[in-house]
Ligand binder design. Sequence first.
Ligand code: GTP
Ligand code: MG
Length: 351
Amino acid sequence: MSKDEHKDEVQEEEIPETDEAPEEISQQEQQREYFKARYTEITDLPGVGSATAVSLAEAGYRTTPSLATATIRELTEKGIGEDTAKKVIAEARKAISLGFISAQDLIKIRSNRKLLTTGCANFDQLLNGGLETESITEFYGENGSGKTQICHQLCVTVQLPEEKGGLNGNALYLDTEGTFHPERILQMAETFGLEPGPTLENIVYAEAFTSEHQIALLEAADDMIQEHKIRLIIVDSAIAQFRSEYSGREFLATRQQKLNAHLNKLLRLCRAFNAAGVITNQVVDRPDSYGQNFPSPTGGHIVGHTVHTRVFIRKGRANLRIAKLTKSPSLPEGETPFRITETGILHEENL
Ligand code: GTP
Ligand code: MG
């Protein structure tokens, strides 16, 4: 079992109070600080000369955190020699201390994870406070259920200060269906008391026209994420392009392989930059063991294994919607109603 899977199994725990004075930094932390200070740019890493830096940049690795979460194969496939790939990945991992750590350290690292408010009290309650950073949350449901609306609202709430449930950061919106509406952001910014102009300015947007384009945009996103202080990465919708381009059983294996790599890239970016990952997904009807059809997210086990939290959005009457938590590493299943209104995604009682 990989270290990451272990991570997911560790329950959230209270961080124990320590008697240590803040200035008494442990040896490991000192070492971490040392590497961080030494290798801020990838060209500072031993073995990365300017020619390698150019090749790495072309391969989509321009920052130490993204390089630290890369695999040797990914780099060799992009034309980087195996020895160089091994060396630079190892150095980048040392730089951000990716390796064996104690469970005590793991608690400290996990305490860096933050929660992003949905801006809707009962929705947050369902998620035990909001969307977790360094993991992927999936919203799935039929057409018009409100997945894109939720994504819009998150682009606004991520900009709120931490004391208001935001991450004091910016959003990256990868749009594969051309349904992002900046005008909607303006309405929502007003609801949350944010200045309209800067709120739009803080959302980096890209439309992906094909699955290859979608993959390429995310592959090239790391320095932009760092530079623009991105704390929320949205792919709306994540699977649709893959499904339409690779339809037919003979393409299934290729599709799943590409999708797996893409979602893994998203997860690694979220981990590297302490960002919340969000994908939306469509549904297909699948029979359960009693032969009854029920809506199930597309993309198969690959998606099911990569996303940590799955939320099914169901339509109710008029603008009423029901959010149902169907998968979480630490929370029980549950559901809650909300409404889509002019001002945004709202708690029932807000109306
Ligand atoms: P697909 O992407 O087609 O799968 O659907 P989706 O789940 O992304 O749906 P989306 O988030 O686009 O939700 C559309 C719903 O939001 C529709 O029912 C719209 O009526 C509603 N909606 C969108 N904008 C507004 C608005 O400004 N005011 C109100 N009241 N409702 C809105
Ligand atoms: Mg949509």
